[in-house]
Design a protein. Structure first.
Length: 313
Protein backbone atom coordinates (compact mmCIF):
# COMPACT_ATOMS: atom_id res chain seq x y z
CA UNK A 1 0.00 0.00 0.00
CA UNK A 2 1.27 3.47 -0.87
CA UNK A 3 2.21 6.02 1.73
CA UNK A 4 -0.78 8.17 0.74
CA UNK A 5 -3.09 5.20 1.21
CA UNK A 6 -1.71 4.53 4.66
CA UNK A 7 -2.28 8.17 5.64
CA UNK A 8 -5.87 8.11 4.36
CA UNK A 9 -6.74 4.93 6.22
CA UNK A 10 -4.98 5.79 9.46
CA UNK A 11 -7.10 6.84 12.42
CA UNK A 12 -5.38 9.67 14.23
CA UNK A 13 -5.55 9.06 17.98
CA UNK A 14 -6.66 12.63 18.60
CA UNK A 15 -8.45 13.77 15.44
CA UNK A 16 -10.39 10.60 14.67
CA UNK A 17 -10.90 8.87 11.35
CA UNK A 18 -11.88 11.89 9.22
CA UNK A 19 -10.28 10.65 5.99
CA UNK A 20 -12.97 8.05 5.29
CA UNK A 21 -15.85 10.58 5.14
CA UNK A 22 -13.60 12.75 2.96
CA UNK A 23 -13.26 9.92 0.46
CA UNK A 24 -17.01 9.27 0.62
CA UNK A 25 -17.74 12.96 0.03
CA UNK A 26 -15.44 13.00 -3.00
CA UNK A 27 -17.15 9.89 -4.33
CA UNK A 28 -20.57 11.49 -3.84
CA UNK A 29 -19.45 14.57 -5.77
CA UNK A 30 -18.24 12.47 -8.66
CA UNK A 31 -21.37 10.32 -8.69
CA UNK A 32 -23.77 13.27 -8.54
CA UNK A 33 -21.86 15.16 -11.24
CA UNK A 34 -22.31 12.19 -13.56
CA UNK A 35 -25.89 11.23 -12.62
CA UNK A 36 -27.48 14.70 -12.45
CA UNK A 37 -27.20 17.56 -14.92
CA UNK A 38 -27.67 20.33 -12.36
CA UNK A 39 -25.25 19.27 -9.61
CA UNK A 40 -22.13 20.80 -11.16
CA UNK A 41 -23.89 24.05 -12.08
CA UNK A 42 -22.58 27.21 -10.43
CA UNK A 43 -26.01 28.06 -9.04
CA UNK A 44 -26.36 24.66 -7.35
CA UNK A 45 -22.88 24.90 -5.86
CA UNK A 46 -23.66 28.32 -4.38
CA UNK A 47 -26.95 26.97 -3.05
CA UNK A 48 -25.15 23.97 -1.57
CA UNK A 49 -22.67 26.20 0.25
CA UNK A 50 -25.44 28.47 1.56
CA UNK A 51 -27.37 25.44 2.84
CA UNK A 52 -24.28 24.04 4.55
CA UNK A 53 -23.26 27.22 6.44
CA UNK A 54 -25.85 26.99 9.28
CA UNK A 55 -25.13 23.28 9.76
CA UNK A 56 -21.39 23.94 9.91
CA UNK A 57 -21.83 26.65 12.55
CA UNK A 58 -24.19 24.59 14.70
CA UNK A 59 -22.00 21.48 14.33
CA UNK A 60 -18.89 23.36 15.45
CA UNK A 61 -20.59 24.19 18.73
CA UNK A 62 -21.93 20.66 19.01
CA UNK A 63 -18.43 19.26 18.48
CA UNK A 64 -17.02 21.42 21.28
CA UNK A 65 -19.59 19.99 23.69
CA UNK A 66 -19.11 16.41 22.48
CA UNK A 67 -15.35 16.69 22.99
CA UNK A 68 -16.04 17.00 26.73
CA UNK A 69 -18.42 14.01 26.73
CA UNK A 70 -21.49 16.20 26.49
CA UNK A 71 -24.36 16.64 24.07
CA UNK A 72 -26.47 19.70 23.25
CA UNK A 73 -30.03 19.06 22.09
CA UNK A 74 -31.02 22.71 22.56
CA UNK A 75 -29.07 24.08 19.57
CA UNK A 76 -32.08 23.92 17.25
CA UNK A 77 -34.22 25.93 19.65
CA UNK A 78 -31.47 28.54 19.92
CA UNK A 79 -31.44 28.84 16.13
CA UNK A 80 -35.21 29.35 16.07
CA UNK A 81 -35.16 31.80 18.98
CA UNK A 82 -32.47 33.85 17.25
CA UNK A 83 -34.53 34.24 14.08
CA UNK A 84 -37.52 35.19 16.21
CA UNK A 85 -35.65 37.91 18.08
CA UNK A 86 -34.13 39.29 14.89
CA UNK A 87 -37.58 39.48 13.26
CA UNK A 88 -38.91 41.87 15.92
CA UNK A 89 -39.50 45.44 14.85
CA UNK A 90 -36.40 46.83 16.52
CA UNK A 91 -33.03 48.25 15.39
CA UNK A 92 -30.32 45.76 14.52
CA UNK A 93 -28.02 47.15 17.23
CA UNK A 94 -30.59 45.92 19.75
CA UNK A 95 -31.77 42.63 18.22
CA UNK A 96 -28.35 41.11 17.51
CA UNK A 97 -26.96 41.69 21.05
CA UNK A 98 -30.29 40.48 22.47
CA UNK A 99 -30.09 37.29 20.42
CA UNK A 100 -26.50 36.63 21.50
CA UNK A 101 -27.35 37.37 25.14
CA UNK A 102 -30.25 34.92 24.95
CA UNK A 103 -27.86 32.30 23.54
CA UNK A 104 -25.40 32.88 26.37
CA UNK A 105 -28.21 32.44 28.89
CA UNK A 106 -29.23 29.14 27.28
CA UNK A 107 -25.63 27.95 27.30
CA UNK A 108 -25.20 28.91 30.94
CA UNK A 109 -28.42 27.10 31.87
CA UNK A 110 -27.20 23.96 30.12
CA UNK A 111 -23.77 24.20 31.69
CA UNK A 112 -25.06 24.83 35.20
CA UNK A 113 -27.53 21.94 34.95
CA UNK A 114 -24.74 19.58 33.88
CA UNK A 115 -21.97 20.78 36.21
CA UNK A 116 -23.69 22.10 39.34
CA UNK A 117 -26.78 19.89 39.47
CA UNK A 118 -25.17 16.83 37.84
CA UNK A 119 -28.00 16.30 35.36
CA UNK A 120 -27.17 14.04 32.42
CA UNK A 121 -26.41 16.17 29.32
CA UNK A 122 -29.24 14.61 27.31
CA UNK A 123 -31.83 15.31 30.00
CA UNK A 124 -30.44 18.77 30.83
CA UNK A 125 -30.30 20.04 27.25
CA UNK A 126 -33.62 18.38 26.37
CA UNK A 127 -35.26 20.29 29.22
CA UNK A 128 -33.62 23.57 28.24
CA UNK A 129 -34.64 22.88 24.63
CA UNK A 130 -38.29 22.73 25.70
CA UNK A 131 -38.02 25.94 27.72
CA UNK A 132 -36.22 27.75 24.88
CA UNK A 133 -38.77 26.58 22.33
CA UNK A 134 -41.56 27.88 24.56
CA UNK A 135 -39.89 31.29 24.74
CA UNK A 136 -39.46 31.20 20.96
CA UNK A 137 -43.17 30.60 20.43
CA UNK A 138 -43.90 33.56 22.70
CA UNK A 139 -41.52 35.82 20.76
CA UNK A 140 -42.55 34.61 17.29
CA UNK A 141 -45.69 32.39 17.37
CA UNK A 142 -45.61 31.85 13.60
CA UNK A 143 -43.27 32.49 10.70
CA UNK A 144 -43.09 36.12 9.68
CA UNK A 145 -41.71 39.45 10.73
CA UNK A 146 -39.05 41.50 9.01
CA UNK A 147 -35.29 41.15 9.19
CA UNK A 148 -33.17 44.29 9.18
CA UNK A 149 -31.54 45.03 5.79
CA UNK A 150 -28.13 45.08 7.46
CA UNK A 151 -28.49 41.40 8.38
CA UNK A 152 -29.80 40.44 4.96
CA UNK A 153 -26.80 42.14 3.34
CA UNK A 154 -24.45 40.15 5.59
CA UNK A 155 -25.76 36.92 4.06
CA UNK A 156 -26.42 37.78 0.43
CA UNK A 157 -24.19 39.35 -2.17
CA UNK A 158 -20.42 39.52 -2.26
CA UNK A 159 -17.52 41.12 -0.45
CA UNK A 160 -14.36 41.74 -2.47
CA UNK A 161 -15.66 39.29 -5.04
CA UNK A 162 -16.22 36.53 -2.49
CA UNK A 163 -19.76 35.30 -1.86
CA UNK A 164 -20.96 35.97 1.67
CA UNK A 165 -21.74 32.31 2.58
CA UNK A 166 -18.11 31.49 1.81
CA UNK A 167 -16.95 34.33 4.05
CA UNK A 168 -19.22 33.11 6.85
CA UNK A 169 -17.70 29.64 6.51
CA UNK A 170 -14.12 30.92 6.52
CA UNK A 171 -14.64 33.22 9.51
CA UNK A 172 -16.54 30.60 11.50
CA UNK A 173 -13.95 27.90 10.84
CA UNK A 174 -11.02 30.23 11.58
CA UNK A 175 -12.53 31.19 14.93
CA UNK A 176 -13.31 27.56 15.75
CA UNK A 177 -9.80 26.45 14.77
CA UNK A 178 -8.31 28.99 17.15
CA UNK A 179 -10.62 27.86 19.95
CA UNK A 180 -10.27 24.09 19.49
CA UNK A 181 -6.80 23.59 18.05
CA UNK A 182 -4.94 26.80 18.84
CA UNK A 183 -5.61 27.60 22.48
CA UNK A 184 -5.07 26.25 25.97
CA UNK A 185 -8.85 25.98 26.30
CA UNK A 186 -8.89 23.58 23.34
CA UNK A 187 -6.24 21.41 25.00
CA UNK A 188 -8.39 21.33 28.12
CA UNK A 189 -11.38 20.14 26.07
CA UNK A 190 -9.42 17.15 24.77
CA UNK A 191 -7.98 16.43 28.23
CA UNK A 192 -11.38 16.47 29.94
CA UNK A 193 -12.96 14.36 27.20
CA UNK A 194 -10.09 11.91 27.41
CA UNK A 195 -10.77 11.30 31.09
CA UNK A 196 -7.76 13.22 32.39
CA UNK A 197 -8.99 14.69 35.66
CA UNK A 198 -8.70 18.27 36.78
CA UNK A 199 -6.61 17.25 39.76
CA UNK A 200 -3.96 15.74 37.52
CA UNK A 201 -3.32 18.75 35.28
CA UNK A 202 -4.83 21.63 37.25
CA UNK A 203 -7.76 21.96 34.86
CA UNK A 204 -11.00 23.51 36.09
CA UNK A 205 -13.38 20.95 34.65
CA UNK A 206 -16.59 22.74 35.62
CA UNK A 207 -15.46 26.08 34.20
CA UNK A 208 -14.44 24.50 30.89
CA UNK A 209 -17.68 22.53 30.62
CA UNK A 210 -19.65 25.71 31.25
CA UNK A 211 -17.67 27.52 28.56
CA UNK A 212 -18.24 24.64 26.11
CA UNK A 213 -22.02 24.86 26.45
CA UNK A 214 -21.97 28.66 26.12
CA UNK A 215 -19.88 28.39 22.95
CA UNK A 216 -22.27 25.79 21.55
CA UNK A 217 -25.22 28.14 22.06
CA UNK A 218 -23.32 31.10 20.58
CA UNK A 219 -22.41 29.19 17.42
CA UNK A 220 -26.07 28.13 17.15
CA UNK A 221 -27.07 31.80 17.45
CA UNK A 222 -24.62 32.67 14.67
CA UNK A 223 -26.34 30.04 12.52
CA UNK A 224 -29.67 31.64 13.41
CA UNK A 225 -28.42 35.05 12.30
CA UNK A 226 -27.34 33.58 8.95
CA UNK A 227 -30.66 31.81 8.47
CA UNK A 228 -32.64 34.91 9.41
CA UNK A 229 -30.78 36.92 6.80
CA UNK A 230 -31.25 34.21 4.21
CA UNK A 231 -35.03 33.76 4.60
CA UNK A 232 -35.57 37.43 5.58
CA UNK A 233 -38.04 36.49 8.33
CA UNK A 234 -38.34 34.73 11.66
CA UNK A 235 -39.49 31.14 12.02
CA UNK A 236 -40.11 29.36 15.36
CA UNK A 237 -39.57 25.93 13.78
CA UNK A 238 -36.66 26.54 11.43
CA UNK A 239 -34.09 25.06 13.81
CA UNK A 240 -35.95 21.82 14.50
CA UNK A 241 -33.68 19.56 12.46
CA UNK A 242 -30.35 20.98 13.59
CA UNK A 243 -30.01 19.03 16.84
CA UNK A 244 -29.99 15.63 15.12
CA UNK A 245 -28.25 16.88 11.96
CA UNK A 246 -25.39 18.43 13.92
CA UNK A 247 -24.82 15.27 15.95
CA UNK A 248 -24.87 13.25 12.73
CA UNK A 249 -22.40 15.59 11.02
CA UNK A 250 -20.02 15.58 13.99
CA UNK A 251 -20.11 11.79 14.23
CA UNK A 252 -19.64 11.47 10.45
CA UNK A 253 -16.51 13.59 10.74
CA UNK A 254 -14.84 11.10 13.06
CA UNK A 255 -15.54 12.73 16.42
CA UNK A 256 -16.11 10.11 19.11
CA UNK A 257 -19.31 10.64 21.08
CA UNK A 258 -17.42 9.35 24.11
CA UNK A 259 -15.36 12.55 24.03
CA UNK A 260 -11.69 13.39 23.72
CA UNK A 261 -11.34 12.60 19.99
CA UNK A 262 -12.36 14.87 17.16
CA UNK A 263 -11.35 17.74 14.90
CA UNK A 264 -12.69 20.83 13.22
CA UNK A 265 -11.77 19.63 9.73
CA UNK A 266 -13.49 16.33 10.39
CA UNK A 267 -16.64 18.15 11.48
CA UNK A 268 -16.63 20.36 8.37
CA UNK A 269 -16.17 17.28 6.18
CA UNK A 270 -19.08 15.60 7.98
CA UNK A 271 -21.26 18.65 7.34
CA UNK A 272 -20.21 18.72 3.69
CA UNK A 273 -21.04 15.03 3.29
CA UNK A 274 -24.45 15.45 4.92
CA UNK A 275 -25.17 18.50 2.74
CA UNK A 276 -24.10 16.59 -0.37
CA UNK A 277 -26.40 13.70 0.47
CA UNK A 278 -29.34 16.05 1.06
CA UNK A 279 -28.61 18.03 -2.10
CA UNK A 280 -28.27 14.87 -4.16
CA UNK A 281 -31.57 13.49 -2.88
CA UNK A 282 -33.27 16.80 -3.70
CA UNK A 283 -31.87 16.74 -7.24
CA UNK A 284 -33.06 13.14 -7.61
CA UNK A 285 -36.52 14.14 -6.32
CA UNK A 286 -36.36 11.84 -3.30
CA UNK A 287 -39.30 12.30 -0.91
CA UNK A 288 -38.67 14.48 2.16
CA UNK A 289 -39.95 11.64 4.34
CA UNK A 290 -37.38 9.25 2.88
CA UNK A 291 -34.67 11.86 3.38
CA UNK A 292 -35.52 11.97 7.09
CA UNK A 293 -35.28 8.18 7.28
CA UNK A 294 -31.91 8.23 5.51
CA UNK A 295 -30.50 10.79 7.95
CA UNK A 296 -31.67 8.69 10.89
CA UNK A 297 -30.09 5.58 9.42
CA UNK A 298 -26.80 7.40 8.83
CA UNK A 299 -26.66 8.49 12.47
CA UNK A 300 -27.50 4.97 13.65
CA UNK A 301 -24.83 3.39 11.45
CA UNK A 302 -22.13 5.90 12.37
CA UNK A 303 -22.75 5.49 16.10
CA UNK A 304 -22.87 1.70 15.83
CA UNK A 305 -19.43 1.72 14.18
CA UNK A 306 -17.89 3.57 17.11
CA UNK A 307 -16.44 1.41 19.91
CA UNK A 308 -19.44 0.57 22.06
CA UNK A 309 -17.52 0.39 25.31
CA UNK A 310 -16.39 4.00 24.83
CA UNK A 311 -19.81 5.52 24.24
CA UNK A 312 -21.18 7.03 27.41
CA UNK A 313 -24.60 8.02 26.04
Amino acid sequence: MTKVGLILLRSNSRYGLWTVPLLVAMTCCAGLAVSTADFASWQNILNLVAQAVPLILVSIGQMIVILVKGLDLSVGSVVSLTTGILSLNAPVYLTVPAAMLAAVMVGLANGIAVTRFRVHPIIATLSIMGITQGVTMFVRPSAGGTIAPEIVSLVSGQLLGIYMPVIWTIVGCALAWKIVHGSRFGLHLFAIGGGETAGTFGISEQRNLLAAYVLSACFAAAAGIFLAGRIASGDPNIGTQYAVDSITAVALGGTQLAGGIGSLHGTVIGCALLALIANGMNLLNVSAFIQTVVKGLILLVVISLQPRKNIGL
